[in-house]
Design a protein around this ligand. Structure first.
Ligand code: T3D
Length: 262
């Protein structure tokens, strides 16, 4: 079982709920271990159609649990690189590598590595009252868990610098206007958004989704010519899928396609 997250796999869609609401779902060693186990299950699931990540309570995720980082009484210093390499790095890299969309439904504030987790997701919905805080500078650190990679790519270096250096809260509306997230939804639409996103992923053309994710992720390191090569290779594979045949038949017959994810 799980104690600091909830994890359900239904109709091929894995839903992960960060579940330590009294500490705004901040990351602990236990939560990292449980997320790694959920990822094991997701990666092993042959019929996976998508992943949804959300949080319990009023926050999405407040980053590293600072209760686990009590300053040592003797004033000794700590090597943070090992912690990052063993917990945050695999979490973010594995989510990015999943062959299905990972959608974040942000139920509240995301701070520090919690914000990086949001930005690692392929699509982000956020309730109107949610906000982003690049809290790292406030404790003398730099944005980690991929934060310095995601931020400038999503919003450009001027906004990335301002947000990262000054650590001011960025509202969900502002984040939407900047292109940091896909869409703001009303607070009262949280449950409906979760249900709709899950249903969309469960009924989606999963192979096409996976290829789209892979191609968009690869694009920032590619020339246009390299991207053409990748698109051709992926489109060639998609041309042989059942879902493409179904999509073409549904179009010709003027009906909604019934995709099987293969
Ligand atoms: O060490 C390494 O592994 C390196 C990697 C670091 C990665 C990181 O993520 S570093 C950044 C860590 N996160 C932060 O610095 C954010 C800390 N939290 C906040 O700044 C605020 O809580 C928020 C801006 C996120 C929300 O503010 P607000 O006013 O809505 O809520 P609150 O009252 O501050 O928080 C509610 C409770 O959650 C509170 O506990 P209490 O007073 O009710 O007993 C608060 O202490 C607790 N909480 C919030 N964030 C954390 C936390 N407890 C532990 N760790 C937290 N990160």
């Amino acid at each position: 079982g799980y104690t600091q997250i909830r994890f359900v796999l239904d109709q091929g869609v894995g839903v992960i709920t960060l579940d330590r609401p009294e500490r705004l779902n901040s990351f602990t060693a236990v939560m990292h271990a449980e997320l790694a186990r959920a990822l094991d299950e997701l990666e092993a699931h042959a019929g996976l159609r998508g992943v949804v990540i959300t949080g319990a309570g009023r926050g999405f995720c407040a980053g590293q649990d600072l209760g686990e980082r009590k300053p040592p009484e003797d004033g000794s210093r700590r090597d943070l690189s090992e912690i990052l390499a063993k917990s945050y790095r695999p979490l973010i890299m594995r989510l990015r590598a999943l062959p299905v969309p990972v959608v974040c439904v942000m139920n509240g504030v995301a701070a520090g590595a919690g914000a990086s987790l949001v930005l690692a997701c392929d699509v982000v919905f956020a309730v109107e009252s949610a906000r982003f805080i690049q809290a790292f500078s406030k404790i003398g650190l730099l944005p980690d868990a991929g934060g310095t990679w995601f931020l400038p790519r999503l919003v450009g270096s001027a906004r990335a610098m301002g947000a990262a250096l000054f650590g001011e809260a960025v509202s969900a509306r502002q984040a939407e206007a900047w292109g940091l997230i896909w869409r703001v939804v009303p607070d009262e639409a949280l449950a409906d958004t979760l249900a709709e996103v899950t249903a969309t992923l469960a009924a989606g053309p999963t192979r096409a989704y996976g290829a789209t994710k892979a191609a968009l992720h690869a694009s920032s390191g590619h020339t246009l010519a390299e991207q053409f090569d990748l698109e051709c290779r992926l489109q060639r594979e998609l041309g042989y899928t059942d879902d493409y045949l179904e999509g073409m038949q549904a179009f010709a017959q003027k009906r909604v396609p019934a995709f099987k994810g293969r």
